[in-house]
Design a protein around this ligand. Structure first.
Ligand code: SF4
Length: 377
């Protein structure tokens, strides 16, 4: 690793550690809008002249939030709410929540009651995939744009939206290139490093992320490949918004070469094509092709073809699934996915967590056993 390489990666480390502080000092002068899920496209928030900030949690105890919401619900959502109650998100001017799952939808009103913002919006994403659902989604995009316009006090032109989409597409292209380096055996970049980059990108304006990505990318691309070959894993499941688990897995000698998670391949590996119009492009990307288990795509196991395609493209030999307690969408999909992968000869290990990694030693032992098994397969 060269001197320049060290410098850029050290910067990444620093930015990642302080990612929740990067926008706090108000230096940019722009309004900052927190959002929980990509159904409400961050591109529209940027096109309105504001900075989208992906709301994430901080593993640890949930105390204050449990006075306001039932404790038997998604620990990730409750933890995000807890951070805001503690004052960790006071720098946000607004909050956008999508009806991604029932946990997210239910927290909307409660969150607004206990922590009011200048702006709040519930984005209604339909759960079916019929033509009517598609029309509903497209109409909801327009409602969201109009709501943002009312808040900022000016119109958002289609030209501005196209420019913003182009910037986000560039970012996704750069990330796609980084992902492609994981197809190598052994990969030139680790799963933890990519997650660190993506999480940092959630907390800075997209144009700054673009500059940052180019620098980090060129450093990583110059790296020499090591010789050491190890089991190659896909990571599937609920949101993962820190690198602790990835680092633990990679420290055990496996490579996480691909993921199917929302701060990961789901939101970073596509391109939005606006040649058929802005709203059609956004609908194709965030409705048709957005493979979140919260959308009902019928009982056919072919809804998992895309998972198998990713496994083959990145040459993974096993899957680690990550399930947060009370996550109905992922719990509903898991048995079918496990059976589907089993039929294809791909082993899967499922890890349960309450968003604390409190059972870390038990998790470590199970993952060690899984990696050991793959090493001898
Ligand atoms: S982890 Fe599951 S329950 Fe929680 S917000 Fe995500 S989809 Fe909803």
């Amino acid at each position: 690793m060269g001197q320049r390489d060290m410098a850029e990666l050290e910067k990444l480390e620093e930015m990642y550690k302080n990612r929740n502080l990067l926008l706090r000092n108000g230096e940019t002068g722009e309004k900052i809008i927190g959002y929980l899920c990509n159904f409400a496209p961050p591109e529209l928030i940027s096109a309105a002249g504001m900075i989208p900030y992906r709301i994430t949690g901080k593993r640890g105890e949930i105390i204050e939030a449990d006075d306001c919401v039932e404790p038997l619900g998604c620990p990730y959502i409750r933890n995000c709410f807890e951070q805001d109650l503690k004052g960790e998100m006071d720098f946000l001017d607004g909050r956008v929540i999508s009806h991604s799952c029932d946990a997210a939808q239910r927290i909307y009103g409660i969150w607004n009651t206990y922590k009011k913002k200048q702006y709040s919006y519930l984005f209604n994403a339909p759960h079916g995939t019929s033509e009517w659902s598609r029309k509903f989604f497209k109409r909801e995009l327009l409602f969201f744009k109009e709501s943002l316009e009312r808040f900022v006090g000016h119109k958002i032109s289609e030209a501005d939206i196209i420019d913003t989409i182009e910037l986000y597409n560039q970012n996704r292209q750069l990330i796609k290139y980084l992902y492609s380096l994981r197809k190598e055996d052994p990969p030139r970049v680790t799963g933890s490093e990519i997650l660190k980059i993506l999480l940092t990108g959630c907390s800075i304006p997209p144009e700054n992320f673009n500059v940052f990505l180019k620098k980090v990318m060129s450093e990583i691309a110059e790296r020499k490949q090591s010789q050491e070959k190890s089991p190659r894993l896909m990571f599937w499941g609920c949101i993962i918004d820190d690198t602790n688990l990835f680092e633990m897995i990679e420290d055990m000698g496996a490579h996480i070469v691909i993921d199917d998670t929302c701060i990961g391949s789901k939101t970073c590996l596509f391109n939005i094509d606006t040649s058929g119009g802005v709203w059609e492009g956004l609908t194709k990307a965030y409705f048709d092709a957005f493979m979140c288990p919260r959308t009902d795509r019928g009982p056919g196991l072919n809804r998992f073809n895309y998972v198998l395609d990713l496994i083959r493209e990145y040459n993974a030999n096993g899957v680690i699934g990550y399930m947060l307690n009370f996550c109905d969408p992922h719990k509903m999909d898991y048995p079918d996915l496990r059976d589907y992968l089993d039929e294809q000869g791909i082993p899967m290990l499922l890890i349960h967590d309450n968003y604390s990694l409190g059972n870390i030693e038990g998790v470590r032992t199970r993952i060690e056993g899984f990696i050991e098994m793959l090493s001898h397969a």
